[in-house]
Design a protein around this ligand. Structure first.
Ligand code: F3S
Length: 80
């Protein structure tokens, strides 16, 4: 099981993550990505069926803005 969130401070709105993993990532009005599942909180489990998509997205992000962990992220680990 994985958890993920997007560091919106470093995301450059390149759009690769939503293409790689449309069930996980979407974009706000500025094109900045966020995790659909939990409003980018990083505390909702990504279903195992989506783990390949998640890996593709995180590896494909040019700014390494997609954070992935085996554990839920907590507020203190996030910039915004
Ligand atoms: Fe942003 Fe990376 Fe996605 S730059 S739009 S988080 S691929």
């Amino acid at each position: 099981t994985k958890f993920t969130w997007v560091d919106q401070e470093t995301c450059i709105a390149c759009g690769a993550c939503g293409a790689a993993a449309p069930d996980i990532f979407d974009y706000n009005d500025e094109g900045i990505a966020y995790v659909i599942l939990d409003g980018n909180q990083g505390n909702c489990e990504v279903r195992d069926e989506l783990s390949d998509e998640l890996e593709d997205a995180s590896e494909g992000c040019p700014t390494e803005s997609i954070k992935v962990s085996d554990h839920a992220f907590t507020e203190g680990m996030k910039i915004s």
